[in-house]
Ligand binder design. Structure first.
Ligand code: CP
Ligand code: NVA
Length: 305
């Protein structure tokens, strides 16, 4: 297994499923009140270049529940000192690094330069932790036969979609991106996933066709962190792709509504959908805790380097 958790593309399907099974076990133990101090005395450094609620809290709480603790760095990497120098300092003190950065190259460089595990907690390109929590949620509500399920990702071909695509390249699952022209995601990733996908992998601009037979309808903000100045242009382009009751009605009856959060209510999703009976958004948020603990305990669980 690789040292770092930078991209789901770095893992085999079996390794990804093992993270999910481990997350289910940790969740059951939390519910039962069974302690699991698997990282007693270990420290995780948290680097945040962008804001966060869920990621920051779940990594902090997760390390606490595993018997370890965290130290926080609110800084832009490379501004005060080079990324390799940050890596070479941190590895002397802590057991792992979690980083949320603008540039994906920065988490890759941290991982290359540090002998300790580096976990990608969102970059402009990828958000792999989110997809582990999402799939944990999907399995809880729709069963473990993921190969028979279709997820329709409605909106921007962004970091969250890229990680869904990387998942679909490793584990059988049918994935459709339903997006306006020009927002089909990173061509290098989508072309690779087209070759490697274990189920159907479709990119369409046609809402009706894209939503047909969907077991889960997923959306995310139209303008991601760092794209604020494009917000107005994007609102115009994405308006026909708003997840509202009419759009949900195009999916299978009982299809889940999923969103990584934070949501921009009234833009990519309406209140009635996100607050409605098909919505599992807070299950996804809860599962960030359990899924990331599985990653932490797996990657940081060995003896100190
Ligand atoms: N979904 C997610 O990553 O949330 P935060 O940006 O609040 O961490
Ligand atoms: N695509 C969003 C995800 C937030 C969790 C962003 O990058 O801002």
């Amino acid at each position: 297994m690789v040292k770092d958790f930078l991209s789901l593309a770095d893992y085999t399907g079996d390794e990804i499923l093992a993270f999910l099974d481990f997350a289910d076990r940790l969740k059951a133990e939390v519910r039962a009140g069974t302690p699991h101090p698997l990282l007693q005395g270990k420290t995780l450094a948290l680097i945040f270049e962008k804001p966060s609620l869920r990621t920051r809290l779940t990594f902090q709480i997760g390390m606490f529940q595993l018997g370890g603790h965290t130290v926080l760095i609110d800084d832009i990497l490379g501004r005060r000192e080079s990324v390799p120098d940050v890596a070479r300092n941190l590895e002397r003190w802590v057991d792992g690094i979690m980083a949320r950065t603008y540039r994906h190259a920065h988490v890759v460089e941290l991982a290359r330069c540090a002998r300790i595990p580096v976990i990608n907690a969102l970059t402009d390109l990828l958000h792999p932790c989110q997809i582990l929590a999402d799939v944990q949620t999907l399995r809880e509500h729709k069963g473990r036969d993921l190969g028979s399920l279709k997820v329709a990702f409605v909106g921007d071909g962004n970091n969250v979609f890229h990680s869904w695509a990387n998942f679909a390249a490793r584990v059988p699952l049918n994935l459709t991106l339903v997006c306006p022209p020009g927002y089909e995601g990173d061509a290098e990733i989508t072309e690779r996933v087209r070759r490697e996908a274990k189920g159907d992998f479709v990119i369409t601009h046609d809402v009706e066709a894209g939503l047909r037979d969907a077991d889960a309808v997923y959306t995310d903000v139209w303008a991601s962190m760092g794209q604020e100045e494009e917000a107005e242009t994007r609102e115009r382009a994405f308006a026909p792709y708003q997840v509202n009751a009419a759009l949900m009605a195009l999916a299978k009856p009982g299809a889940l509504f999923m969103h990584c959060l934070p949501a921009h209510r009234g833009l990519e999703v309406t209140d009635d959908v996100i607050d409605g009976p098909q919505s599992v958004v807070f299950d996804e948020a809860e599962n960030r805790l359990h899924a990331q603990k599985a990653v932490l305990a797996t990657l940081l669980g060995g003896p100190r380097n």
